[in-house]
Design a protein around this ligand. Structure first.
Ligand SMILES: O=C(O)CCC(=O)C(=O)O
Ligand SMILES: [Fe+2]
Length: 346
C-alpha cells in the first residue's frame, strides 16, 4: 500500500471556491483528521515568527523570572508550563512531560497577566489572535456546509459550529500555546517518559526509541487546533496506521480535529494521534511550535448535530458511555476524571 500523503488544501479565492474547499475539508477531517491550508487569509509565517520571537524572549530568561507566570493547576487558565518540576507559592507548576516548555496565551479581552515579552507587543498579539480566530470561523463554516447542516434560518449563514465557538465567548475555553523544544545540545537529562493517555485509539506499530520522541503520541482535546511549526521539522501524524511526516510549508497553517469534535460527530470526523520526533537540526537549534486550541462554549451540548453524515445515537467510545448526552463542560470533566494523567489542556 502507498504511504498516505499529507492533505494540503488551497484556500485561494475562498468565497468563489467555497463548495470545493468545504468538501476537501470534510474529506480531510473524515479521513486523515489533519491537513494544512495554504493561500489562506490568516496569519503569515512572518506573523507567527513575531509571536515566536516574543516566546523566545520570555523563555530565554532565568527560571526565577518565569515561575511567577506558572500555571498551577491542571485546569488553570493560561501561563507558563515548565520543563522541570517547579513551585510557585508552595503549589506545583504544571510541567511538561514532553521535552518542551510552553506559555499559554488566553484570548486578549480577558486581561491575563502577561510577562513583558508579550505585554510590550500587546496590540500585535491581539490582532494576531483575532486573525487566527477568523480562520477558525472560515473552517467551521465550511465544515457546517459540507456536513449539510441546515443554514441559520435568519442570516443564511452556515454558522452551526462557528456560533458555538464565537471569539467573544472564548475566554475560558480557548488558548494559544507557544512551545519551545530546546536544542538537544542544551537539554538537561530528564528521566520522565510517561505518555499522555488519550481517548482516541492508538493502533500504531510504534517502534521508535523513546529517546527520539520529544512530544509523545496524543490526540488534542480541542474541537479543532491550528498548529504551526517553525524551521525545525519533526511533527508526524498517524494516517491509516502509518506515521506521515508533516512538511514545513511557508505560510501554511496546520489544522487538526480534536477529541471533542471526534466525540461530537460520533467519530465521523477523526481526532488522530500525532507526535514530534527529534529532527537532526534540533541538535543545534531550538524548535518552536504553536497551537491555537479551540473549544466550544461550556454549555454546548455535544450531541444532535443535524447532519445526515452523523448518526444521532451514542455510544461509540466505550470508555465514555455515560447513558446521557453531555455538554462540553460535562464531557471534559468526565474525560479528565478518566484520564490517569493529563497535562495542560491541549
Ligand atoms: O510541536 C508540535 O509540532 C506539535 C505540538 C502538539 O501536538 C501539541 O502541542 O498538542
Ligand atoms: Fe497536539
Amino acid at each position: 500500500m502507498d504511504t498516505p500523503t499529507f492533505p494540503v488544501i488551497d484556500f485561494s479565492d475562498f468565497e468563489n471556491r467555497f463548495e470545493i474547499i468545504a468538501k476537501e475539508i470534510l474529506e480531510a477531517c473524515h479521513h486523515a483528521g489533519f491537513f494544512c491550508i495554504i493561500h489562506h487569509q490568516g496569519p503569515t509565517s512572518a506573523q507567527f515568527n513575531r509571536i515566536f520571537e516574543m516566546g523566545e524572549k520570555f523563555f530565554q530568561q532565568p527560571i526565577e523570572e518565569k515561575i511567577p507566570f506558572g500555571r498551577t493547576q491542571i485546569r488553570s487558565q493560561g501561563g507558563y508550563v515548565s520543563l522541570t518540576p517547579e513551585e510557585l507559592n508552595g503549589e506545583s507548576i504544571i510541567y511538561n512531560l514532553n521535552k518542551s516548555e510552553a506559555f499559554d496565551v488566553l484570548p486578549p479581552f480577558g486581561n491575563q497577566e502577561l510577562p513583558n515579552a508579550f505585554l510590550e507587543n500587546k496590540q500585535e498579539l491581539d490582532t494576531f489572535y483575532k486573525d487566527m480566530h477568523s480562520t477558525v470561523t472560515m473552517i467551521l463554516e465550511a465544515l457546517s456546509f459540507a456536513l449539510k447542516i441546515p443554514a441559520n434560518p435568519e442570516s443564511g449563514a452556515n454558522d452551526y459550529l462557528s456560533s458555538r465557538h464565537r471569539y467573544e465567548d472564548s475566554f475560558h475555553t480557548n488558548f494559544f500555546h507557544i512551545q519551545r523544544y530546546p536544542a538537544s545540545s542544551k537539554q538537561a537529562k530528564t528521566t520522565n517518559t510517561k505518555q499522555y493517555h488519550c481517548i482516541s485509539n492508538n493502533n500504531s506499530n510504534d517502534n521508535i526509541a523513546k529517546k527520539e520522541v520529544i512530544h509523545t503520541a496524543h490526540a488534542d482535546n480541542s474541537t479543532i487546533t491550528l498548529l504551526s511549526q517553525k524551521d525545525v521539522a519533526g511533527l508526524q501524524v498517524e494516517i491509516d496506521g502509518n506515521w506521515v511526516n508533516v512538511p514545513i510549508i511557508q505560510d501554511a497553517i496546520l489544522v487538526n480535529v480534536g477529541d471533542t469534535l471526534h466525540w461530537w460527530t460520533r467519530g465521523y470526523l477523526k481526532a488522530v494521534n500525532h507526535r514530534v520526533l527529534a529532527d537532526p537540526e534540533l541538535k543545534y537549534k531550538d524548535r518552536y511550535s504553536s497551537g491555537y486550541f479551540i473549544n466550544p462554549k461550556s454549555d454546548t451540548l455535544l450531541a444532535g448535530i443535524p447532519s445526515p453524515f452523523i448518526p444521532s445515537k451514542t455510544p461509540f467510545i466505550e470508555d465514555m458511555t455515560t447513558g446521557k448526552e453531555l455538554t462540553f463542560e460535562e464531557y471534559i470533566t468526565e474525560k479528565f476524571k478518566r484520564m490517569p494523567y493529563k497535562l495542560g489542556n491541549d
